[in-house]
Structures are given as C-alpha cells and as structure tokens.
Design a protein around this ligand. Structure first.
Ligand SMILES: *[C@@H]1O[C@H](CO)[C@@H](O)[C@H](O)[C@H]1NC(C)=O
Ligand SMILES: *[C@@H]1O[C@H](CO)[C@@H](O)[C@H](O)[C@H]1NC(C)=O
Ligand SMILES: *[C@@H]1O[C@H](CO)[C@@H](O)[C@H](O)[C@H]1NC(C)=O
Ligand SMILES: *[C@@H]1O[C@H](CO)[C@@H](O)[C@H](O)[C@H]1NC(C)=O
Ligand SMILES: *[C@@H]1O[C@H](CO)[C@@H](O)[C@H](O)[C@H]1NC(C)=O
Length: 520
C-alpha cells in the first residue's frame, strides 16, 4: 500500500502510527486512501426529503405521516416545516457537495409533493423541483441515488385505507414508482424503493415511536393512547412493503430497464449483532435475532419466504406468500442498501414465548442489550468491526449481494463544536472496516456518509445531529458551515492518505485552521 505523507507529517506522528500498529507496520484499515478502493467505488453522502426540504406546505405539497407524527409532538415539539430549506437552497447545497468532492448524493422523493393525494394527478411544481435537483447534480458531476419512501407515506393514503396495512398500497406505490421511473429514470440509475422497512415497521407498528405511530399496550414505547395492534401489524406492514417493492422492481424490469439501464434495490437496517456470552443458547439467540431483523427482509428476497425461525415463533400472525407472490419477491433486487450505526448484544430469552399476546420482540425471544442509549444525543461507540461482521454475514448467509452502505454516521449534540473529532474518528474507522470487508470478498459498491448536513431527525428533532455541515437554525438564512468531518472527508476524497492521528493531534493545519469556533 502506498503512503503519501502530507507536508505536515511529522516524525513523531509516524512513530506514533508505528507504535500503535500491532505488527509495527502500517497495515489494515488504519491507514488507507481512496486509491485502495476499486476505481468505480462510489463515495457519497445523504439526506431525505422530510428531513431537509422544508417548504412543507408550499407549491402543492400535502402532509405525510411523518408531518403528522412530528406535529403531534414526538420530536421535542420540533418538525420539518422548514428543516434546512433544501427546497430553496438546493443549488447552494449542490455546490457544497462539489466542494466536498462527493461522487454521489442520496436523497428521497417526497411522495406527497409529487402526487399530493397519494395517487392520481401529478403536482407540476413537485415534478419541477426534483427535475431541477437531479439536473443540478448531474451538471455538477454528482450521481443521484434516489429513495422513494423514507417514513413519509402520504397522509391521504393513511387516512383512506391505513396505508401500509392495506394491500391497496401495493397498487399506489407501484403507480408512484412508475411516475418516478418515467420522469426521472433517464438520469437516475440507482433507486431504493423503501428505506429500512424493518425499522419503519417496528417503530411505526410495534412500539409506536415512529410514524404512523401505531401499537397496542403493553408494547407501546412512548404512549398507550394510540390505535394499532403490536401483535401482528409490523409483520403485515413489512409484507405489503415487500409486495410493493417487488411490484415496482417488476415494473422497472419489464418497462424501463432496457432503455434506462438502472438498478433497483431496498435498504435494511443492521446492527452488529453480538452474543452476550459464548454460551450455546446466546449464540443461537444471536442468529435468531439476525433472522428477525435482517432475514425478515433478505430471506424473502433470496428465497421467496420468511426465515424458518420467524415462521415457527410467530405462527399465523406472519402473513404467507402465495406461490405467485413468492416468485415475484424472490430475486427482486439489484443491490441491497445497508444502514448501520452500532452494535447490539443478544442473550437468549426463550421464556418470552410463553407470553400469550406477543409482539416482534417477544417472538424473537431474546434480550437486547444496547451498548448505548438509542434515544438521546450521546455519541455512538466507534466499533467498526460490527459493520465488518455484518458485511461478512451478508456474504455468507445472504448471497453476497452488491451492497451500498446507504447510511453510517456519528451522532453528536447539534450544539457541540464544529471540531467534531468523534465524527472523524467514526468515519475513519467505518470506512476502514468497509475496506477490510472488500478485501475479504464482500461485494460493497459504495458508501454514503449520514448525513450531508444537520437535518431534522426522527426522534431528536434538531437536538442531535449527524451532519458533515452544521446548519445554523438561529440564522434566518440557515447558513451551512463545514465541520472538521467535512474537511476530513474532502481530504480523503481528494486522495490523501487517511490518518486519524494527524487529525487528533491537529498536525495538519490545513484541516483545522479556517474553522470558526461557533460555539465558544
Ligand atoms: C402502557 O400500558 C402498560 C400496561 O398495559 C404499562 O405497563 C406501560 O407502562 C404503559 N406504557 C406507557 C408508555 O404509558
Ligand atoms: C390484537 O390482535 C390479537 C390477535 O393477534 C388479539 O388477540 C388482540 O385482542 C388484539 N389486541 C388489540 C388491542 O386489539
Ligand atoms: C457486549 O458483549 C461483549 C462480549 O461479547 C462485552 O464485552 C460487552 O461488555 C457487552 N456489552 C454490554 C453492554 O453488556
Ligand atoms: C446544548 O443543548 C443542551 C440541550 O439540548 C443543553 O443542555 C446544553 O447546555 C447545550 N450546550 C451548549 C454548549 O450550548
Ligand atoms: C473473512 O471471510 C471469511 C469467510 O469468507 C470469514 O470466516 C472471516 O471471519 C472473514 N474475516 C473478517 C476479518 O471478517
């Protein structure tokens, strides 16, 4: 591996690097550069519609289930009405992407901006906005990666037939996808149908802590004052998502692929799933947890059916695929989007199966032991080997599909320093883990840092942030400022050797000198 010392690379730093390295050589994914990745590997960053666009009531957009959730107060009373005003600032933001050196930008389309009633007439202003954004990206050499559904089903369809709980959604989602493929598919080659259906279904239909906020006691996480039934709705929602996804893929393959030559996938949220002890029952429980979290989506895509452990523990509450549906779902992906932030420990809890009314977690029959608080703005541990472990599982258990890491990033309080060393450390570690996985035979095609800027987060609102760019919400202009992580990512994308020690020791003045200390 070639090492190109930056000008300020000091002997002390070099010695530190050598001492820190187990074999006394610069090896593995501590010290690497972009040129260690395949030439066509894509580095990008992402946001999603409701989190960044704002203009929630402008130019014909109607509410989605996420608007409703936020306005009910579940994100500290904050909402995406204005967000980062990306709807008006997209040109400026694309320039920041150019400045950062991104190959690609991942964003999502707001279904209720494009088709305000969920089906039927297209909103011409919505069409213009996405055409403009896509054209702006392409004319600046940035590849668009588009997600169709990111927690934001049109509220009109939720009201009409309870959204993802109804089979009607398969027809309406397919028509929405048809509009997107037809209108944008000449310029968009990467489509993700539904963002992390596993987390969407658990939050939205089991625990009730995400839109559309359905659950039933005693399984509700934040309020019992709700509709829903946690014993089966999350299974039903995922079933309809898989049918809608595969129907959109079928449509793309029959009607668009020959002319447009694009790729359609779906994304899955993954933890690094670790047994709490090496006792046999914990190791078995860990695989069961992986079946429930990941196999729930991946096994239907690979084999046309749910994992055996799920069918056994859930029984009649998990829907059955007909032969025809099973055939349509099987193989309905060109790539898998992986979303990963942290590890989780698992121990066996087979006793949970004795509970009469069970939800997903009871059916899984494990204890989940989190290594960090999920719902606060504390920073994540940097444990990149967890991502490596999961990529290895995709290789061994799920057919080694082409993978884009669609989200991975560090959470900090949004009012902490622009010198976000912990985020740099996080990206450095996880991108290195992707490199190690690639070298060990994983089929990873790209990496998207979450998030391009500080956006409206599902539960944290604007209090927690993941952005490469800070957005000053006290400024009416919502000015963006690069954090240290943006500079580091740029430095890496320019082809410089990635060295965490240089950043930590502030040895490279070009990285830190021109950053304002906004909060001091
Ligand atoms: C909901 O009700 C259950 C009892 O059925 C109770 O244990 C739980 O604490 C309640 N949850 C909330 C969020 O109020
Ligand atoms: C939820 O559905 C189960 C059947 O799986 C039923 O026994 C239970 O009464 C339902 N609970 C509620 C709150 O409707
Ligand atoms: C998770 O498990 C590992 C060993 O498998 C252990 O070192 C770690 O302390 C555990 N974390 C928690 C929060 O228990
Ligand atoms: C940041 O915000 C939190 C509340 O979210 C507050 O407790 C803390 O004092 C703030 N820190 C600074 C440096 O403003
Ligand atoms: C590399 O892959 C092999 C199997 O293909 C696996 O056994 C091994 O644990 C992997 N190594 C790492 C570091 O992920």
């Amino acid at each position: 591996m070639t090492i190109e010392p930056p000008t300020s690379f000091t002997l002390v730093t070099l010695l530190l690097l050598i001492l820190n390295s187990p074999l006394g050589v610069l090896s593995g994914a501590d010290q690497y550069s972009k040129s260690d990745f395949p030439a066509d590997f894509v580095f990008g960053s992402g946001t999603s519609a409701y989190q960044v666009e704002g203009a929630a009531y402008e130019d014909g957009r109607t509410a989605s289930i996420w608007d409703t959730f936020a306005h009910a107060g579940y994100a500290h009373g904050e909402n995406g009405d204005v967000a980062c005003d990306g709807y008006h600032k997209y040109k400026e933001d694309v320039q920041l992407m150019v400045e950062t050196g991104l190959d690609a930008y991942r964003f999502s389309i707001s279904w209720s901006r494009l088709i305000p009633n969920g089906r039927g007439p297209i909103n011409p202003k919505g069409l213009d906005y996405y055409n403009n954004l896509i054209n702006e990206l392409i004319s600046n050499g940035i590849q668009p990666h588009v997600t169709l559904h990111n927690f934001d089903l049109p509220q009109a369809l939720e009201d009409e037939y309870e959204g993802w709980l109804s089979r009607d959604v398969v027809r309406d989602f397919t028509e929405y996808a048809d509009v997107c493929f037809r209108e944008f598919g000449d310029r968009v080659f990467y489509w993700t149908t539904v963002n992390e259906p596993n987390v969407f279904a658990l939050g939205g239909y089991d625990q009730g802590n995400a839109p559309p906020q359905r659950c039933s006691p005693p399984f509700c996480a934040i309020t019992n004052n709700t509709r829903g039934n946690s014993t089966f709705e999350s299974y039903l929602a995922v079933h309809h998502i898989l049918l809608a996804h595969s129907s959109a893929v079928r449509l793309y393959r029959t009607k668009y692929r020959d002319q447009q030559h694009g790729f359609v996938g779906i994304s899955v949220y993954t933890f690094g799933i670790i047994p709490q002890t090496n006792k046999e029952e914990d190791v078995v429980a860990t695989q069961r947890a992986r079946d429930f979290f990941v196999g729930w989506i991946m096994e239907p895509l690979l084999y046309g059916d749910y994992p055996i452990s799920m069918k056994k523990n859930v029984g009649a509450r998990i829907p059955t695929f007909t032969n025809w549906e099973s055939k349509q779902v099987k193989g309905s992906y060109d790539f898998i989007g992986v979303i990963h932030y942290m590890n989780i420990n698992v121990s066996d809890n087979y006793g949970a199966l004795n509970i009469k009314l069970r939800d997903f977690h009871a059916d899984m029959a494990v204890n989940l032991i989190y290594n960090q608080d999920l719902f606060s703005n504390t920073e994540y541990s940097v444990t990149p080997w967890g991502l490596q472990l999961e990529l290895n599982k995709f290789k061994l258990l799920y057919g080694n599909p082409p993978i884009f890491i669609l989200e991975n990033g560090q959470r900090t309080a949004s009012n902490s320093s622009l010198l976000d060393f912990s985020r740099v450390k996080y990206f450095h570690g996880y991108i290195g883990a992707v490199l190690d996985a690639l070298r060990n035979g994983s089929n990873v095609k790209g990496y998207f840092a979450w998030s391009f800027m500080d956006v409206f987060e599902l539960l944290d609102g604007y209090r927690a942030s993941y952005g490469l760019y800070y957005v000053d919400h006290n400024d009416p202009e919502l000015k963006r400022y690069p954090k240290l992580s943006a500079k580091w990512y740029k430095w890496f994308l320019m082809g410089r050797t990635s060295s965490i020690e240089l950043v930590e020791n502030e040895k490279d003045p070009s990285l830190v000198s021109d950053l304002g200390h906004l909060f001091e």
